[in-house]
Design a protein around this ligand. Structure first.
Ligand code: UTP
Length: 420
């Protein structure tokens, strides 16, 4: 069987006849490229992921317990200083690195370009999200007299734009040799009826495979080897879209060291039982984050003896791992979830369709699914107003407007030295 017949056979078997029709609109060269791509994709895996997306997620309540945490605010001065000292010694000795996950599509924000290139309208002049992150790291570098290596995970879609943007802005004054870009893996997008989407480039539309892909790509790209060469022992992994993200929190790092664990995370208390965030728990004895959509209502509202939400510690993409933990996870297979996204596509006639509503599944591994490979995690409860200013939606909650307000309030408070 030749390559064309082989591809057509696979498409028929996987109910993707719309692509066979679409091929009629292509030139010989375009057709060849598409065939090549189809033969390189594991379509059966995508069909399986689509089938899984149709099934309800089942959670057995009796296997879930609340997780323990330390509230940063309730530490006394001595306790806090002791943890800080532990954390500081790691950073000062050059054993600390940071990874920014910037491979997302940012579909909800509707910004054209990588999310890190979005300018938040703060203090009149505005600041780009990458600039805010660079400032946070530069502040740590100054404080601890070091230069923290900064790894930025991009996607095929946004890698070039990210690189050009950072070059143009001279890495916001960060040491260029300490900024390392690497790209993540991809999976095809599929509409809600199980049809693969065709992209503007007349190929099957691929998108980054979720932030859980970070670990494997750190290893595959050589970034992990680079970290080892630099003598890194602890790695912070965070998102690109939290304007109050603290990437060098010595209390969190100190807590992880003092509790002798390989992973740690900062949480904040859920604003209300139904806030759309993932919460920490222990499932079958292992740390886990349950997505808001997967947490039964009764559990979401459950309170403990102190009247606090039993499952109230929300995950804010503020995670720490030892280098060994990253190596271990990088060899595991994380499960894929299906995220509902708005993605433009070409129809059978090759016409560009820009949907107004979510129209497709993006199959994503989530970073927090890595926690299950460990027996324990150190959790430090931070404060919403100090630690969390997400830029997710174009308007309303978690939007540039709310992030600007939180960012300015925090920095005004800090400048009046209420926060150290
Ligand atoms: P989100 O899940 O909020 O997705 O990412 P997003 O792509 O930024 O935005 P929407 O959902 O399309 O509107 C949380 C963090 O994980 C990163 C994002 O860049 C962000 O820092 N991420 C997400 C990746 O690095 N790769 C992915 O495939 C997905």
């Amino acid at each position: 069987m030749d390559k064309i017949e082989e591809a057509i056979e696979i498409l028929k078997k996987c109910n993707q006849e719309h692509i066979i029709k679409f091929m009629e609109t292509l030139t010989e060269e375009e057709k060849e490229n598409l065939i090549k791509q189809i033969n390189s994709i594991d379509l059966h895996q995508i069909i399986e992921l689509y089938d899984n997306a149709q099934k309800p997620v089942e959670i057995k309540e009796n296997k879930i317990e609340a997780i323990k945490y330390i509230d940063k605010e309730k530490l006394n001065n001595n306790e806090k200083e002791e943890l800080d000292r532990l954390g500081e010694s790691v950073i000062e000795s050059g054993k600390y690195a940071v990874v920014t996950m910037a491979g997302g599509q940012g579909t909800r924000l509707e910004h054209t370009g990588p999310k890190g290139t979005f300018k938040l309208d703060v203090y009149g002049k505005g600041k780009y999200l990458f600039e805010i992150l660079a400032e946070n790291l530069k502040e740590a570098n100054k404080k601890y007299n070091t230069s923290i290596p900064w790894y930025i995970m991009t996607s095929r879609e946004n890698n070039d734009q990210t690189y050009e943007f950072l070059e143009k802005h001279n890495y916001f004054g960060y040491n260029k040799q300490d900024v390392i870009l690497f790209s993540q893996a991809e999976l095809p997008l599929m509409d809600f009826d199980g049809n693969l989407l065709i992209g503007k480039n007349k190929l099957i539309n691929l998108a980054s495979d979720g932030n859980g892909g970070t670990f494997r790509m750190l290893r595959k790209s050589g970034a992990l080897a680079d970290m080892k060469e630099r003598g890194i022992k602890w790695v912070f992994i965070g998102g690109v879209d939290n304007a109050l993200l603290k990437m060098a929190d010595t209390t969190l790092l100190g807590l992880a060291i003092s509790e002798n664990v390989q992973i740690a995370s900062k949480s904040i208390v859920k604003a209300d039982p139904h806030e759309r965030v993932g919460v920490f728990c222990k499932m079958n004895g292992h740390p886990k984050v349950i997505e808001y959509s997967e947490l039964p209502e009764k559990m979401a509202e459950e309170v403990d003896s102190k009247g606090e939400l039993k499952y109230g510690e929300s995950h804010i993409m503020c995670n720490l791992f030892t280098i060994d933990a990253i190596e271990k996870i990088s060899k595991e297979n994380l499960i894929y979830h299906s995220a509902r996204k708005k993605n433009a596509y070409l129809d059978e006639q090759g016409k560009l369709i820009i949907p107004k509503e979510e129209n497709s599944y993006k199959f994503e591994a989530f970073i927090f699914d890595a926690f299950e490979f460990f027996d324990d995690i150190a959790i430090l409860r931070g404060k919403r107003e100090d630690d969390f200013a997400p830029v997710k939606n174009k308007e309303g909650v978690d939007s540039p407007k709310t992030a600007k307000e939180l960012y300015e309030k925090f920095w005004n408070k800090k400048e009046n030295s209420e926060i150290k």
